[in-house]
Design a binder for this molecule. Structure first.
Ligand code: A5P
Length: 223
């Protein structure tokens, strides 16, 4: 089974979690690209979708899914998104597509946040690069505080007009790195997702879903 088929397997399993009338967040990336047709095929009634990127919004709309701006909805029932790294301790790295800030806002607003991935994303521990989104004002000073860090070559600005960069230093203690990034002026957000924000991880190996139980499983935000 190819990597692409594994992504589709995980995405189709997650699509089954959506029920009529739910408010659902849609992530970004090549795994989510398999989720959207699976959702469209289910022909669910009254589902309200929000998208974490213009690319996802465009694909979802083209498939007939009802996407609305994420302005007035205060909470979502379920969100589904991909990942770049899924560590054994439950920490996840996202942002390979530069959408990590919107993705984290959507995840935090969701009663249930589901990660979908093929098994190539499983790692023992998270490692650099850690994607960040930075204000362009003072960017040289911000990068100096984050060093070693660099602006991502060829990456367009985020949909909110910020710079996509990567932090390259060690990530021995993800909680400490996450706290440091959160506390750095000029950092809009970063791609380290703590275990507590993640409800379920759906991983597909060759031909089947692989059970994944992080050492410290997240419970997700309060309902
Ligand atoms: C988008 O910025 C990312 O967070 C993606 O969700 C992540 O990179 C996974 O993407 P793929 O599904 O394409 O591997």
């Amino acid at each position: 089974m190819s990597i692409e088929e594994r992504k589709r397997l995980a995405a189709e399993a997650a699509a089954e979690l959506v029920e009529d009338g739910m408010r659902v967040g849609l992530g970004t990336g090549s795994t989510v690209a398999h989720l959207l047709p699976a959702l469209a095929r289910r022909a669910l009634q009254g589902v309200r979708y929000v998208a974490t990127s213009p690319e996802t919004e465009l694909q979802a709309r083209s498939l007939g899914l009802s996407v609305e701006p994420f302005r007035t909805l205060q909470a979502l029932d379920l969100s589904v998104d991909g990942a770049d790294q899924i560590a054994a301790d439950g920490w996840v790295v996202k942002g390979g597509g530069g959408a990590h800030v919107r993705e984290k806002i959507v995840a935090a607003a969701s009663s249930r946040f589901v990660i979908i991935a093929d098994d190539s994303k499983l790692v023992e521990r998270v490692s650099p690069p850690i994607p960040v989104e930075l204000l362009s004002f003072g960017i040289a000073a911000t990068l100096a505080r984050l060093a070693p860090a660099r602006v991502r070559s060829g990456a367009p600005p985020s949909p909110d007009g910020h710079v996509i960069a990567d932090v390259l230093g060690p990530v021995d203690d993800p909680a400490a790195v996450s706290a440091r990034l959160d506390a750095t002026p000029g950092v809009v957000g970063h791609g380290l997702f703590e275990p507590a924000i993640i409800s379920t991880v759906v991983v597909a190996g060759p031909g089947e879903l692989v059970p994944f139980s992080p050492v410290s499983e997240g419970t997700g935000p309060p309902e």
